[in-house]
Design a binder for this molecule. Structure first.
Ligand code: ATP
Length: 592
């Protein structure tokens, strides 16, 4: 197919904003494409040379480089090209005008094929290392010299990334259905294949070469990301259970980043929620996937969460975002380790599981994963009771999660690739607020440390004081904020308070590894105060079977040896803080 045929269609596309017209123009163009070029036609029309997630290099021509190439190809000089740019405000038109007025060479004859253009773009993309800019420019000049001025317009826009024809993925799918099956009604079949592979070029090529039946049998393809299933939202457990037909499987909604992991023997690819290829950013996840996914080939999904290296407690999302980088990857990996909590199994050794119901996918997931503390299935409970959901929700919040995702367990609970489906319903906290004041807490217990903290404590169990009952009630486990020196000192400092079992004045549902006589007071700051079924402070005060807890607590570095344990923050104060937090939120909501 000649590139000029494509360019002609581009011009017609630019002249309309009506979707139906666009579809017809595209269908007409696709019919004329050679079968083995059709994927290239699609990618070029999207302004690229392959899907974004391949991890392959992009064309990568900066505007400056394009100007340089136009100047050299036309012999007009940089200043003049820049002036044309200023006049037209469009680098494509400027390039076209420059070639029309060129002082060098003869006009391109319009004989360029789609493959010529595509292959040159591909070579430009693959140039790397020293002198690569110059080589990219030379290749582009070569292409310009064979193209007509109008073709130069679109080539230039494509290489600098401004070819915006306004055709969406769905319009392309419609056009493909019309061009190759004569009926827009088959769009759904194409769409499913697209949702499973995220690759329009692949869908087009399969359709053009093997026909609709091949797409009807479409399965996930290792190495091509499946478009991810998303959740709807409701605000109460009752509503959620009703929506799901009375029963559902509630999973922690972890506050991290979604990973879709493809295992192909020893090779691992990881895709993000937006289908970016993020494999190189997470060598630790790659290693865990290689080791702990027992199937030879598999596609699984889970949430990666930043964790405290010593205590393995979850850390907020912002911490994980430190891992989103291209450089100093190893260093960040040491500093901000992650755990992976898996919740989906979409493909195992040739078998497409997207068409199997939830319970079966979950069962297969369990079978193929060798669980460790940092690579395991997400916590879940199956229930028909709203009160169970409530408790589980509070537990999730206390552990640093965003809430729950409650999933349908019905026979039709398939994996809906690319859909925001009512098969998954999320329950999130309806507010976001910061705890402003630090609190003084009494250390009542401790947990053994691991890794760097072996021999010291991984976290302390901390409590507030209840003057009415004269007991200490737990509000959090605090493992963050301690320096190496603090950690070294702690066991020695606490030795004199250590005891064999829980102190009678300590009220705790949590089982600590080591118990102390309440003595030492430390200052702690958290993100907010939340309801919690595991901590005893204000138990049954705000809600039945719930206490209050501090979310994401950190030691501020201040040992309050000036305070006796009875001088610590009281239960009443924590309740007040919780209530004023709610008021602030209500106030903010009103302002909005
Ligand atoms: P949000 O801001 O709520 O994350 P979103 O549109 O990005 O909105 P949602 O559909 O609301 O996505 O929620 C799904 C996201 O929740 C997933 O993409 C995933 O990253 C995350 N998640 C955490 N835990 C789970 C879980 N157990 N099952 C499914 N998704 C989970």
């Amino acid at each position: 197919m000649l590139y000029s045929t494509l360019v002609e269609a581009y011009q017609r596309l630019e002249a309309t904003t009506k979707r139906l017209e666009m579809t017809d123009i595209l269908a007409d163009m696709l019919r004329r494409a050679d079968l083995d070029e059709i994927d290239k036609v699609i990618y070029l029309t999207q302004g690229k040379i392959h899907p974004d997630w391949t991890g392959e290099p992009e064309i990568g021509i900066a505007e400056k480089m394009a100007i340089e190439s136009i100047a050299r190809a036309s012999g007009l000089g940089r200043d003049e090209v820049e002036r044309l740019m200023a006049e037209t405000g469009d680098i494509g038109i400027a390039a076209e005008r420059a070639m029309e007025r060129r002082r060098l060479g003869k006009l391109g004859g319009g004989q360029l094929t789609v493959s010529d253009v595509y292959n040159t773009f591909d070579r430009i993309a693959k140039e790397s290392g020293k002198g690569s800019s110059e080589r990219k420019i030379e290749r582009l000049i070569g292409l310009f010299s064979e193209a007509s001025p109008l073709e130069v317009r679109y080539i230039t826009r494509t290489v600098v990334g401004t070819l915006r024809l306004g055709v969406g993925d769905m319009t392309i799918l419609d056009a493909l259905a019309i061009a190759y099956t004569d009926s827009a009604e088959n769009r759904d079949i194409l769409e499913r294949a697209y949702n499973l592979t995220s690759d329009l070029g692949y869908v087009a090529k399969t359709l053009a070469r093997e026909g609709l039946e091949a797409l009807e049998r479409a399965k996930p393809v290792l190495g091509k990301p499946i478009r991810m299933m998303l959740a709807q939202r409701l605000s109460t457990p009752q509503e959620i259970l009703e929506k799901l037909g009375g029963v559902g499987s509630a999973e922690y909604k972890l506050d991290g980043e979604r990973f879709q992991i493809h295992k192909m023997g020893n090779e691992i690819q990881i895709f993000s929620r937006r289908l970016e290829n993020i494999t190189s950013m997470y060598p630790d996840a790659v290693e865990m996937a290689r080791r702990y996914i027992k199937a030879k080939e598999a596609i699984v999904e889970g949430e990666a969460v930043a964790i405290d290296p010593e205590t393995e407690e979850m850390r907020p999302f912002q911490v994980l975002m430190q891992r989103r980088r291209k450089y100093r990857i190893e260093e960040m990996m040491e500093k901000f380790p992650i755990a992976l909590f898996l919740f989906e199994c979409l493909y195992v050794d040739g078998e497409d599981l997207t068409l199997k119901p939830y319970r079966e996918r979950r069962r297969r997931l369990k079978e193929i994963i060798e669980e460790t503390s940092r690579f395991r299935l997400v916590r879940s409970i199956e229930t028909s009771e709203a009160s169970d959901l409530e408790r589980f929700f509070e537990e999730a919040i206390t552990e640093g999660c965003e809430g729950l995702i409650v999933k349908s367990t019905a026979d039709d609970s398939l994996y809906r690739a690319g859909a925001r489906s009512w098969m998954w319903v999320k329950l999130k906290r309806s507010y976001q607020s910061k705890m402003v004041e630090p609190v003084d807490l009494v250390v009542v217990g401790a947990f053994h440390g691991r890794g760097k903290r072996a021999g010291s404590y991984g976290a302390l169990l901390a409590a507030v004081y209840d003057p009415n009952e004269d007991v200490f009630k737990t509000v959090c486990k605090v493992g963050s904020g301690f320096t190496d020196e603090d950690l070294e000192r702690l066991p020695k400092m606490m030795e004199e308070y250590r005891r064999g079992e829980k102190h009678p004045r300590v009220d705790s549902l949590v089982e600590a590894d080591i118990w102390f006589t309440p003595s030492l007071v430390i200052e702690v700051i958290g993100d907010e105060i939340t309801l919690s079924p595991v901590h005893t402070a204000a138990f049954n005060t705000i809600r039945v079977n719930s206490g209050l807890a501090i979310r994401f607590p950190r030691f501020t570095g201040r040992w309050r040896s000036d305070k006796a344990p009875e001088d610590a923050t009281t239960v009443a104060e924590i309740v007040d803080m919780y209530k004023s937090q709610l008021k602030t939120i209500a106030g903010e909501a009103e302002e909005r």
